[in-house]
Design a binder for this molecule. Structure first.
Ligand SMILES: Nc1ncnc2c1ncn2[C@@H]1O[C@H](COP(=O)(O)OP(=O)(O)OP(=O)(O)O)[C@@H](O)[C@H]1O
Length: 299
């Protein structure tokens, strides 16, 4: 059974069409990325998946059920973009309350609260109220809240927005470590992060679902993306293009090049590439199999 199924899903706010006939079927598994410019409809799609909003037309089901159905209680959770915790209750009290709302006894809910707060390294502040937490800690607490009860689907809207690199890494590692049991759908503007975490990327623009990119398939594409240290364009590009099997070398930005090759003609491209670098004493900074997500989506 599909995890999420949308058929011609449409949402308008008055005359504003926010989501326009989105049809998609997603299976449980690796994290799925949702990307798109501001106002593309990502939050609207999340809200429909959570049952916070009703469609204007079309349909959506999660594990075969309508969003918001009691059958999905504890199975679907979300971290809204602007999630806030109750400022008046300490973490353990409000988390225990959320647990009991999911049907756990008070004792079970307290144990579950401690479990999820430990997952995000907040076990030492469970008696504190949200105001005393830093922005990073609050975000981690909100993510912990979404994990109460071991849901099967977790929707994270901008989970690392505004976080410093160390806190963002904690969140990424948490998602990675839990993704064998939970399917995460992550909306973010951070393409580098999504590339590291997700297998499938959905692109939404002006309410319409555009292309869906598979990161795994991307790796088998006949492209290499290379970042060089200080490098002169012309000699670098012409030296590479003179190798048999290289179709083109395109400069994408300062010191970054996209190499398109034929795997049949040059099966050992990496060996030839590094031999050339050694011969010319050129230094590289990074080599990526395939194209960057940014390049796939926007060129
Ligand atoms: N409650 C509302 N009333 C009217 N228009 C709305 C409402 N919520 C969203 N919109 C409009 O619907 C469109 C989609 O908004 P949405 O918040 O879903 O986009 P988004 O992709 O999440 O954007 P961002 O990346 O900026 O968070 C936008 O044009 C927005 O202005």
């Amino acid at each position: 059974m599909s995890l999420i199924k949308c058929e011609m899903l449409t949402k308008s706010y008055g005359s504003k069409l926010a989501l326009d006939r989105v049809s998609i079927e997603l299976k449980a598994g690796s994290p799925i990325a949702l990307v798109g410019p501001n106002g593309a409809g990502k939050t609207t799609l999340f809200s429909l998946l959570c049952g916070y909003l009703l469609p204007s037309s079309g349909s959506v089901t999660i594990m075969g059920e309508k969003p918001g159905s009691t059958k999905l209680l504890g199975k679907v959770a979300s971290l809204p973009q602007d999630a806030t915790l109750d400022p008046n209750l300490n973490l353990i009290t409000q988390f225990t309350l959320f647990g009991t709302l999911q049907g756990l006894t008070t004792k079970q809910a307290k144990a579950e609260s401690l479990r999820v707060l430990s997952l995000v390294d907040l076990a030492h502040v469970v008696e504190q109220k949200p105001q005393s937490l830093s922005h990073g800690m609050s975000k981690r607490a909100s993510i912990a809240q979404a994990l109460i009860g071991s849901p099967q689907l977790v929707l994270l809207d901008e989970p690392t927005a505004g976080l410093d690199p160390a806190n963002a890494k904690v969140i990424r590692e948490l998602v990675r470590s839990l993704s064998s049991d939970i399917t995460f759908v992550i909306s973010s503007h951070n393409l580098d992060e999504l590339e590291k975490l997700c297998d499938q990327v959905l692109y939404l623009d002006q309410g319409k679902l555009g292309q869906s990119v598979s990161i795994q398939e991307n790796m088998t594409d006949e492209y290499l993306t290379v970042s060089m240290q200080e490098c002169e364009d012309e000699p670098f590009v012409s030296a590479l293009e003179s190798l048999a099997g290289i179709n083109s070398v395109t400069k994408k930005q300062e010191n970054e090049y996209l190499i398109h090759y034929s795997a049949e003609e040059i099966p050992d491209i990496e060996v030839q590439f590094f031999t050339l670098l050694a011969h010319k004493a050129w230094k590289y900074r990074a080599l990526l199999k395939g194209r960057t997500l940014e390049d796939k989506l926007f060129s």
